[in-house]
Write a protein that binds this ligand. Sequence first.
Ligand SMILES: [Zn+2]
Length: 403
Amino acid sequence: MSLIVRALRYFADGSARTTERLAADLGLPEKQARVLRTDLVARRVLTDAGSLDVGKRGPKPQAFRLHAARGTVIVIQIGLSQVTVAACDLLGRVHSVSHEPHDRDHGPDDVIASAWQRASALAPRHQVWGVGVCIAAPVRYPEGRVARPPILRHWDMYDLRGVIARRTAQPVVVLNDARAAAYGEYLACTSRPQSLVYVKIGTGIGAGTVLNGRILHGVSGAAGDLGHTATDRSIAPEGTDDGCRCGRRGCVAAYAAGWAMARDLGFPDGPGSVTRVRDALLASDPRAQAVAARAGDVLGTALAHTVSMLNPDEVVLGGQLALPGPEGQPLLSRVRHQITQRALPLAAEAVHLRVSDLAETAVGRGIPASALGGEASRRGLVAAALDEVFNKPDLLARLLQPA
Ligand SMILES: [Zn+2]
C-alpha cells in the first residue's frame, strides 16, 4: 500500500502525467511504474487523460490523472454564525454543498445533529472516505475537543471529533479553522514553499503554520495561534479599549480582530458589524483605513516574532478583512513595515507577505462573511482527512478494491 499512497499523493495536485514521468518522479524502474499504473487503473484510482504532448517526435504517450470522483470527503465548517456542509471529491472540489445559520448563543448538539443529517444526504455512505471538520475555536489536537473558545463559548470542552466519529466508520479529523486554511493555502501554492504562516482576519484572529508540508500543531494544538498573545504596549495607542473577548486585556485580537475594528469605528456589535468594516474599507473611508492601519501595526508586530522564530518563506493574510488590491494596503503595508522593522533582517528579507488569492477574500461590497465561504480551509480539511485515510493501510485496501 505504501507505493499506492505515494502515487496517490503524487497525483493529488490533479495533473496528468505519463508512466515515464511517474517512474522518474517516484524513482521507480519503468517496469515497476507500469505495473503500478496498471494496478491503479484497475482500482479506478487513475483514469485515462488522453495523449500528452511531451515535446518529442513520434506518437504522443498516454497520460493518466487521479480519478477524483473515486471517493468523497465530507467537510463540515463551523463558523461563528453558519455551518457549511460539503461533499468534495479527492481533489477538494465541491460537488454538493449546503449552508445553515447557527446561533452562537446555543449549544452544539443540535448543530451537529443537523449538520450530520445534511452530510448524509449529500453523499452515499459507501462513497465516503473520510470526514474533515473545522471550527472557529481552539481545538485540542489530535483529540478534536474544543478548548476555551473566546467567542463560541457554549462549545467549550465539546468532544467534536468523538461526537462525529460515533456516526461514521471512516476517519474524522477536527482542526481549528485557521489551521485548516493554512494547510489549504500551502497546498494551493504552486511554488511549494518549505513553510507558510497563515493569519485569518475575520471576526476574530486565527493563525496556522505549515512546516515542511505538515501542519504545526504543537503538543496540544495551539502552535502559532497569535490572536490572544499580548500586544506590544508601545504600539497600542493610549486610551483605546483593550478589553478582549477572551477575558484578558491587550491581546492582538483586541485591536486587530474584526469585532475590535467594528468597536473602534462605533459600529454596533452584531452579525453584520464586520461586513460594515469591510464595506468601509472598500469605500476607502479614512477612519476605517486608520483603524485597519493600527490593526496592521499590532498584527505585524506579533508576526515579526513569528517570522524571526520560524523563518517562513510565505506569510499569507486571509479572511474577510484581508482585502486584495489598494483597499487592503492600509493594513498590509503596516504589517509589512512592522515585520521589516522588528524581525531579524535575515528572516524579514526572505519572507514573502501577501493576501490570499483564494475565495475568502473575493472583493465586493455588502458580501457577508458567511457568503465568502472557506475555500482554503475546505481544501486543507480534504487533504487532512485523506492524510488520515492514507495512514490506515487496511482501510485504504478496502476502499481501493479493484472492480
Ligand atoms: Zn484575547
